[in-house]
Ligand binder design. Structure first.
Ligand code: NAP
Length: 190
């Protein structure tokens, strides 16, 4: 099977990935759904989480992460310049930015994703945020939504301000947890 771009992300019931200030404290950090986050999707945890949990990245689900500049900023603010050293890290920005040598900055993330998809490897994790996901929406092969039982009312939308363009996704799997989180997986219709 060819390499996929997978948008794996926490989202509110009303489709927001962060509150209007960019925070996500309203998402549940504890509960039985974390068995998936810390297990099957442990490649999508930052290195400081692996250290805190005493685990190693499995390197079985993703080998690359793609994120927008605003998504990297909280890590930079915390003094972490390379949050996912076990992955190839691609960060989108249209500006000249200083980044860690382990991070590749690109002004053309769509082209980079096309190049990566043409290469062999594990799937590519589209980390977010909404603006980048909106730009890469035509290239998204799979959605894995961690849908938390909370309504935000407003915030950062799942696909930013992407223009209307209905695109069907077929349901693949849905797992409901006692915590109230539902992990839903959809594959893009080809
Ligand atoms: N719920 C979750 O699991 C989750 C996961 C990730 C992020 N988030 C949240 O998402 C929020 C950030 O989302 P966001 O929509 O504000 O920003 P974002 O997509 O993370 O970053 C936007 C920036 O990325 C660059 N960019 C985006 N599209 C581009 C393109 N097509 N070409 C070149 N550069 C591009 C631009 O950077 P420049 O301005 O430098 O040009 C743009 O300003 C944060 O609050 C974060 O907490 C939530």
């Amino acid at each position: 099977m060819s390499r996929e771009l997978v948008y794996y992300i926490a989202v509110s019931l009303d489709g927001f990935i962060a509150d209007p200030d960019g925070g996500y404290d309203a998402f549940l950090s504890d509960g039985d759904h974390t068995s998936v986050i810390f297990g099957e999707y442990a490649d999508a945890l930052p290195a400081h989480a692996h250290a805190a949990l005493g685990i190693s990245p499995p390197r079985t689900r993703f080998d690359t992460v793609v994120m927008g500049w605003n998504t990297l900023v909280p890590a930079l603010d915390a003094g972490i310049a390379s949050p996912y050293p076990h992955l190839r890290q691609i960060v989108a920005s249209r500006r000249e930015r200083e980044v860690d040598p382990a991070v590749t900055l690109t002004a053309d993330p769509a082209a980079v994703v096309n190049e990566l998809k043409a290469q062999d490897g594990l799937d590519i994790w589209l980390c977010g945020g909404g603006a980048l996901a909106g730009a890469l929406l035509p290239q998204v092969d799979r959605l894995v939504l961690k849908r938390h039982p909370v309504v935000f009312g407003s915030g950062v939308p799942l696909f930013g301000d992407a223009p209307f363009a209905a695109r069907p996704f077929a349901p693949v799997r849905s797992r409901a947890f006692d915590s109230g989180v539902v992990i839903e997986e959809f594959a893009a219709e080809k």
